[in-house]
Write a protein that binds this ligand. Sequence first.
Ligand SMILES: C[S@@+](CC[C@H](N)C(=O)[O-])C[C@H]1O[C@@H](n2cnc3c(N)ncnc32)[C@H](O)[C@@H]1O
Length: 216
Amino acid sequence: MSAHSGAPQEFDRAYWEEHYRGADREHGHGGAGLPPNPHLLAAAQGLAPGRALDAGCGHGAEAAWLAANGWRVRAVDISAAALERARERVRAARPEAAERIEWAQADLTARPPEAAAFELVCSHYVHTAAPPSTLVETLAAAVAPGGTLLVVGHHPDDAHHADTPGAHLTPQEAASALDPEHWEVLTAEKATRQAATGHGGGIPLTDTVLRARRRG
Ligand SMILES: C[S@@+](CC[C@H](N)C(=O)[O-])C[C@H]1O[C@@H](n2cnc3c(N)ncnc32)[C@H](O)[C@@H]1O
């Protein structure tokens, strides 16, 4: 998913509501049916399912995957339109998983999630009106001791998002938001991949991936 070309750089609630209403107008079902993010699949490998927070869940593909794989998920998004779509889609496609997801509308930077409450906190391509480090710090605070933080963002080298510099996150920015005394950074890197578009094609993406473990 990408921010629209020529969009304002203020990634506030109005921007995201319009983004999802626009996606529905253009495609009817937005990003429904897209596969979950492969960085999440890699990060969750070997973790015992517990409580997970999907921050900025969008269409809910990652929340659905986590729930289907045993996690109890809180899926938060600033956009009511995104949540409505996600809830409907997951309920229809994966009713058993849907029971394990609690959907919540909130601005994560204004209303931080519960502290130290989740064994896994993940966020994929979430760019807010606040600086990127603020979001990483906020999400990190929600991770329980021994838990995992995964933040996936658009790397500045990502050609597909070149016109939205406010959406960029570097591995250095992401990692420097974590206090080394409390965090073991497992991955802070640039990663390229081919992403499905939902129309049978693919686009090359250059991601920033931060994966870290909160010391117990
Ligand atoms: C580019 S979309 C990515 C959605 C999904 N994670 C994915 O990978 O497809 C960014 C998401 O973050 C949400 N978002 C942006 N700012 C937010 C905030 N301050 N609090 C909660 N969600 C936010 C948007 O509504 C949007 O769904």
